[in-house]
Design a protein around this ligand. Structure first.
Ligand SMILES: Nc1nc2c(c(=O)[nH]1)N[C@H]1C(S)=C(S)[C@@H](COP(=O)(O)O)O[C@H]1N2
Ligand SMILES: [Mo]
Length: 155
């Protein structure tokens, strides 16, 4: 099965929301203002065969840091209660933790891809890329919102 690249609109954008000092609405063109990293990934799927793609885009961690997440940057422990909820236009969602992508912890090189293979994602919206994942399910395409949430309830 191939990636479905039906346009999500003339210029798709992702909303950065939640516990952020500088919430933002970013188009794929805006995401080109960060250093672009490359990843060659292959992922498996329960309902189709293995897929291989080349992605390019900024690190999710750098983009979210720019939005001013509401933790004390001088205290590493303070970051660990933050969740990152990523949503696609079709309602597909996945949760990541801040610790997973933070260079002081998991340092997963997660990208917000602006390009898949030779196709720019301006009209479809950015795609989440997790080079470390064996399965394709977290490679959310057509991202419309990313919510950063430090209010994980105390149990
Ligand atoms: N927005 C969105 N992204 C998605 C999905 C989805 O249903 N919606 N499916 C995921 C799954 S299960 C896989 S395996 C990969 C590749 O799916 P595709 O072959 O349908 O492109 O995309 C992922 N990204
Ligand atoms: Mo999948």
């Amino acid at each position: 099965m191939s990636q479905s690249l039906a346009p999500a609109g003339p210029l798709a954008a992702v909303v950065l929301t939640g516990d952020l000092a500088r919430p933002a609405r970013l188009t794929v063109a805006d995401l080109l203002n960060w250093p672009q990293h490359r990843a060659q990934v292959s992922f498996d799927c329960a309902t189709s065969s293995v897929q291989r793609h080349r992605f390019e885009g900024p690190l999710l961690h750098e983009v979210l840091l720019g939005a001013g997440p509401g933790f004390d940057r001088t205290r590493r422990k303070d970051r660990l209660r933050f969740l990152i909820a990523v949503s696609g236009a079709d309602g597909h969602r996945a949760l990541l933790s801040w610790g997973e992508i933070d260079p002081d912890f998991g340092q997963a090189p997660v990208l917000l891809a602006t390009r898949i293979d030779d196709t720019p994602l301006d009209r479809h919206g950015p795609q989440l890329v997790l080079p470390q994942d064996r399965c394709g399910a977290r490679h959310i395409s057509g991202i419309t919102a990313i919510r950063v949430d430090g209010g994980y309830p105390v149990v």
